[in-house]
Design a protein. Structure first.
Length: 78
């Protein structure tokens, strides 16, 4: 799957989100999007890295402590 395909999936999901709102104005979209994208991103990367936080942090381009903080926020620590 290419980066472009992921971008198209996000775009289509957002367009569907606005359609579902039927003209109601959304609020707090940025925070909502970060939360709904960040959790599955962390889950998949941690699984692919065999739960090695150092490796996952490197793949994500994050400091290991930042990754750990995000894992705690999303209740993903084993």
């Amino acid at each position: 799957m290419s980066k472009k395909h992921i971008e198209e999936c996000v775009r289509a999901s957002l367009e569907g989100y606005f359609r579902d709102l039927r003209g109601t104005e959304p609020g707090g979209m940025y925070e909502m999007m970060v939360k709904v994208v960040e959790r599955p991103l962390l889950e998949v990367v941690m699984n692919q890295a065999d739960h090695n936080q150092s490796r996952a942090a490197e793949w994500l381009g994050l400091n290991r402590n930042t990754l750990r903080k995000k894992l705690v926020e999303h209740k993903l620590l084993k």
